[in-house]
Design a binder for this molecule. Structure first.
Ligand code: PEP
Ligand code: MG
Length: 583
């Protein structure tokens, strides 16, 4: 059970400063002294039982809570046309109107449970079915149920409304789903801190894209934040400071100012060429998950979109968007980016992402990416039709996720050809020479890269999954965060193998995994022969500044030595600047 409680600082408290260390998941500093929102375990309710004569009143309370929650949700649906939020609200509305759920709660009230307790018990029972599921989509269902429960309790007067989360809040929670984060971003949260999670998980990636400082993997933090405290979230070093002293506060405030100055200074290189000191041009692109990110990418000088994660279009109930919905979205991105290219990755559902099949023992090794698409041709064909229709300006590329065999590309291309044929018959224009490339994100794909390259127009290395599958370390699991080392020599050698395979076929190779944004190794990536780096927008200028300081020929020699020895000098390994923790 969860309880949302808002702790506000009325006056400065003379409490001791405490530091908690977690995993830095998204850079940035947030300081919050009025608005820390903790989502923590609920103490057992005191008013569990009511006397039989109070049953009708409790039923009335419950039905008023349903009405008020529905009215609130309907008004969001009417006023908010942003797809992700709209879809979430539709799901909440469906759950609220579910007759079985309503009957079960009413039945519980008839057994003399209070309305609050009946709601808690029924939602607990429903959530239990989903929350330990291995499948991410099922676990998300549990989070959705929790939201609905929360809304009902708000209207019964037992909880603070989520809409009370205001600008600047720091959210402290056991976990956060990507859909939660999108909603919280809309409400202007300044940082998130969670008990679990992995650095390459999709919520961490999204936090980086949205520039929300985030720290993950602090066990029991929801129990460690006292009421009436000030919190600093240092997403650079993964440090949470509770009740900072005046000196610490000043220190962090100065850091924030320094960061702002640094960003401003980086702004001066936007117009400059993205090339090494020895004039070797590198294409620097942006990864996006939402339409809103396109303008920011353009303003930061992105030379293209190297990865559109289209699975973010999958609705929260797991259903897929229609052809027209997709077409409008893809066309909008392509037109805004024109003449730059946009690489649209077909739905990479399954694994830890929404959509896909519901029950799998081991989803990361299961029916995800291209495997799902080839088994669900209607979904695949619909997406390809939408992409092709949007490709009329000739700046779209198609990218296939999770390829590990030549036959997967052949089968996918056959489907693409058949959709092209259909469009020709219908006289619908599209880019007849559209490029079809693949993600290289399994060790298998790296090993057979020279074969895969015969059937691909380009490669894009997905280092997040490549590291996960090479090292056998779940990218979402904080317990194996130390094992999840994208700079492991095995990962670098496999990436190099992919580059060699691309070169043998005369095709380009980009890197769109998180490693591309790792600013200490930019020179190594370029030296390896990667010609395009695609990163979250906030990292664009920093990476550009690194490219502009790199000497291509010397970088080539350095990476050759590293690949041979398997030893990575320390200066390349220091991923994030570790801030001195202030006392
Ligand atoms: C990757 O695996 O590196 C990648 C870019 O894809 P995603 O993170 O969406 O799985
Ligand atoms: Mg991937």
């Amino acid at each position: 059970m969860t309880e949302l409680s808002e702790l506000s600082v009325q006056e400065h408290q003379a409490t001791t400063e405490r530091l908690l260390k977690g995993i830095p998941a998204s850079a940035g500093i947030a300081i919050c002294s009025h608005n820390v929102v903790v989502i923590k375990k609920l103490r057992p309710s005191k008013n569990i039982q009511v006397s039989p004569e109070k049953i009708p009143a409790e039923i009335k309370k419950f039905s008023i809570a349903i009405e008020k929650s529905l009215a609130e949700i309907t008004s969001v649906i009417h006023n908010d046309h942003e797809t992700a939020i709209h879809d979430i609200m539709e799901t909440y509305s469906m759950i609220l109107q579910d007759p079985t759920l309503q009957q079960e709660i009413t039945k519980r009230i008839y057994t003399t449970r209070s309305a609050v307790q009946a709601i808690e018990d029924e939602f607990d029972a429903q959530c239990a079915l989903f929350q330990n599921a291995k499948d991410e989509a099922m676990r998300e269902r549990s989070a959705e149920l929790d939201h609905v429960r929360h809304r009902l309790l708000v209207h019964i007067g037992k909880r603070k409304p989520i809409s009370s989360i205001s600008n600047g809040a720091i959210i402290i929670s056991h976990s956060i789903t990507p859909t939660d984060l999108l909603e919280l971003h809309k409400r202007g949260v300044s940082a998130i801190i969670t008990e679990i999670g992995g650095i390459a998980s999709h919520v961490s990636i999204l936090a980086r894209s949205l520039r929300i400082p985030a720290i993950i993997g602090i066990p029991n933090i929801t129990k460690k934040i006292p009421e009436n405290c000030t919190v600093i979230c240092d997403g650079y070093s993964g440090t949470v400071v509770i009740n900072p002293t005046a000196n610490t506060l000043l220190d962090y405030e100065q850091e924030q100012v320094k960061e702002q100055k640094k960003q401003k200074a980086l702004g001066q290189i936007i117009e400059l060429p993205c090339e090494t000191t020895d004039k070797h041009t590198i294409k620097l692109s942006a990864n996006i998950e939402t339409l809103e990110e396109v303008d920011a990418a353009i303003m930061s000088g992105a030379m293209g979109i190297g990865l559109v994660r289209t699975e973010y279009l999958v609705k929260s109930d797991g259903s897929f968007p229609s052809e027209d919905e997709q077409y409008i979205w893809y066309k909008e991105i392509a037109e805004r980016m024109y003449p730059h290219t946009v690489t649209i990755r077909t739905f990479d559902v399954g694994g830890d992402k929404k959509g896909g099949v519901k029950r799998e023992e081991n989803p990361a090794l299961g029916y995800r990416g291209i495997r799902f698409l080839l088994g669900n041709k209607k979904i695949f064909r619909t997406q390809i039709r939408a992409i092709l229709r949007a490709s009329n300006h000739k700046n779209i590329k198609i990218m296939l996720p999770m390829i590990s065999q030549v036959k997967e590309i052949k089968r996918a291309k056959k489907i693409i050809d058949s959709v092209k044929h259909q469009l020709r018959e219908e006289q619908i224009p599209y880019d007849t020479h559209i490029s079809v490339g693949i993600m290289i994100e399994t060790p298998a794909a790296c090993c057979i890269a020279s074969d895969l390259g015969k059937y691909s127009d380009f490669f894009s290395i997905g280092s997040n999954d490549l590291a996960q599958y090479t090292l056998g370390a779940d990218r979402n699991n904080g317990y194996v965060a130390d094992m999840f080392n994208e700079l492991h020599p095995s990962v670098l050698r496999l990436m190099h193998h992919a580059v060699t395979g691309a070169k043998a076929n005369g095709i380009s190779v980009s890197l769109c995994g998180e490693l591309a944004a790792w600013n200490t190794i930019t020179s190594l990536l370029i030296g390896m022969g990667i010609t395009e780096l695609s990163v979250a927008t906030p990292a664009l200028l920093l990476i550009k500044s690194k490219i502009r300081k790199t000497h291509f020929e010397s970088a080539k020699k350095t990476i050759e030595k590293i690949l041979l020895s398997g030893k990575i000098p320390k200066e390349f390994r220091a991923k994030s600047k570790k801030r001195k923790t202030m006392k």
